[in-house]
Design a protein around this ligand. Structure first.
Ligand SMILES: Nc1ncnc2c1ncn2[C@@H]1O[C@H](COP(=O)(O)OP(=O)(O)O)[C@@H](O)[C@H]1O
Ligand SMILES: [Mg+2]
Length: 237
């Protein structure tokens, strides 16, 4: 069953249309990656799904119901968690305070404690630093915190905007290992990325976006055999 369906969506800023008739879907439990270069429209796609900007045409369905008019905070309560591209942690609050604040959707103290425990196991670095002010942490730790905050909302689907951007290789690997574990635990993930290697490694299916259009879709195996794509995204001729 599709948890998220995007049908012929057009969206943009003011008079400029950025997304042109984008169609994609995400099945329950899948990890779907949208791969594309800088400026392709990946962030715009996630902003359109969570109604930070409204589509000018098309339909977006969450579990079969239209969400095009549903506001961001309501979507978050419905179980759609959008982890924004710039990590948006509260710098003067501790790691633990950031996480507890994010847990507002959770209905019981017990569930909150379970989620906190899960995040501490998933990111031992955050456990070590739970009393540290978020603003004093490295880029990789901030990204871990942003992901953990997303998990604390107990989402049904996580939308991740370039979780690896600006991170050293080793940290990138840690972040993607964590995303794999999140998917293996049964969560549904839609991740947008520039990093083709990472995206093909974690995704069940991949869409390639260029200039606001989906130009290719398939499994990582299929796409890795596409010589034009390999040239474009892996720099191999
Ligand atoms: N707030 C904005 N106002 C106007 N144009 C924007 C805004 N944000 C992004 N754009 C434009 O939309 C296009 C797609 O950007 P974006 O969705 O951020 O791409 P990506 O995330 O794939 O790098 C770019 O041409 C960018 O300049
Ligand atoms: Mg972006």
């Amino acid at each position: 069953m599709s948890i998220l369906e995007i049908k012929d969506v057009k969206s943009g800023y003011g008079k400029s249309t950025i997304l042109h008739n984008v169609c994609l879907h995400v099945l329950v439990g899948e990890c779907v990656a949208v791969l594309g270069p800088n400026g392709a429209g990946k962030t715009t796609l996630l902003r359109t799904i969570t109604n930070i900007i409204s589509p000018s045409a098309g339909e977006i369905l969450f579990k079969g119901n239209s969400i095009v008019k549903t506001r961001f905070f309501r979507l978050s309560r419905m179980g759609i968690c959008h982890v924004l591209e710039n990590r948006h942690n509260f710098p003067d609050m501790s790691v633990e305070e950031n996480l507890m604040l994010a847990a507002s959707r959770t209905t019981s103290k017990q569930r909150e404690a379970e989620l906190f425990e899960y995040c501490m196991n998933l990111f031992p670095k955050l456990a070590e630093r739970k009393n540290q002010r978020a603003g004093t942490m490295s880029g990789g730790e901030q990204q871990m915190l942003a992901l953990a905050k997303g998990l604390m909302t107990d989402p049904e689907i996580l939308l991740l905007d370039e979780p690896s951007t600006g991170l050293a290789h080793i940290l990138k690997e840690q972040i993607f290992e964590a995303i794999k574990e999140i998917v293996n635990s049964g969560k549904t993930v839609l991740v947008v990325e520039q990093d083709a290697v990472a995206a093909l490694d974690i995704a069940d299916r991949v869409y390639v976006m260029e200039q606001g259009e989906i130009v290719t879709e398939g499994t990582p195996d299929m796409l890795a055999k596409d010589s034009q794509l390999v040239r474009a995204y892996f720099g191999i001729s």
